[in-house]
Ligand binder design. Structure first.
Ligand code: HEC
Ligand code: HEC
Length: 197
């Protein structure tokens, strides 16, 4: 190995080492900005700010990118996401995905939640499995998420302001057509009422 190559190899390994160290050290620092609103370790104490703990890394990064490039409507997150790079999103995603989603008690309407359960089984269960406890294929965790946040999200999908996947849009349309607009509130109460684990 020539001296030049040896130096280069050293530099590269040094860089790789320092950047992985940096990522570990940076995570709590980056998360500091977020937990002010999203709660300790990403479990929000509510009610309009969603919990982000336990989200799959990919779902998390996609959400941040969608906020940043304006694909997803928001009150605050577009401005926040613009301050970070894709690499930052990955560091944050790793951190928050490894945190436990803690469900603080919230009041929900039992009648609505019961109706919502049947609607969920029929129209939503395919992707929001296990009563919304599972974040699969980017679907996010819905179980125990804050009620006002769920209501805003569903209203945004319904108005078309937030783009749902084609299949979800179809299912939502079907549900609203057969059970009325109140069905959106029913499913929101159902997911918000989920606390089993
Ligand atoms: C000032 C309060 C505030 C701060 C600070 C904040 N958020 Fe948010 N976040 C919100 C709100 C409110 C929403 C709902 C969307 C909206 O209206 O902007 C949200 C939504 C999200 C979502 C989507 C959650 C879901 O269920 O789909 C993610 C992911 C997220 N924020 C990550 C972050 C990260 C990462 C940071 C730190 C860099 C951060 N937020 C900082 C208030 C905040
Ligand atoms: C074909 C799969 C599929 C079906 C069926 C489906 N969803 Fe979704 N849902 C998704 C995906 C994927 C996302 C995340 C997309 C995004 O970021 O906008 C999502 C996101 C959501 C969110 C927002 C989560 C958040 O954290 O912001 C809510 C609320 C929701 N779905 C409710 C429903 C309801 C209610 C139904 C039944 C009427 C339903 N979904 C049916 C796939 C589906």
């Amino acid at each position: 190995m020539t001296l030049k190559v040896a130096k280069y190899a050293l530099l590269i390994s040094g860089l790789a080492l320092s950047s992985s160290l940096l990522a570990d050290e940076m995570a709590p620092m980056l998360a500091q900005t977020c937990v002010g609103c999203h709660g300790p370790n990403g479990s929000s104490v509510g009610p309009a700010t969603p919990s982000i703990a336990g989200t799959e890394e990919e779902t998390f990064v996609e959400s941040m990118q969608a906020y940043k490039n304006g694909d997803r409507p928001s009150t605050i997150m577009a401005r926040i996401a613009k301050g970070y790079t894709d690499e930052d999103f990955v560091v944050m995603a790793k951190y928050f995905s490894s945190q436990e989603f803690i469900r603080y008690p919230q009041e929900t309407d039992k009648t609505k939640a019961n109706r919502g359960e049947k609607l969920h089984d029929k129209y939503c269960d395919k992707c929001h499995e296990d009563n919304g406890f599972k974040d699969e294929d980017g679907s996010s965790i819905l179980a125990g998420q804050w009620l006002p946040y769920l209501q805003y999200s569903l209203a945004d999908y319904h108005s078309g302001e937030r783009e749902a996947t084609k299949k979800m849009r179809k299912r939502m349309k079907k549900m609203v057509k057969s059970a009325g607009e109140g069905s959106l509130d029913d499913v929101a109460h159902f997911y918000a009422s989920q606390t089993k684990k």
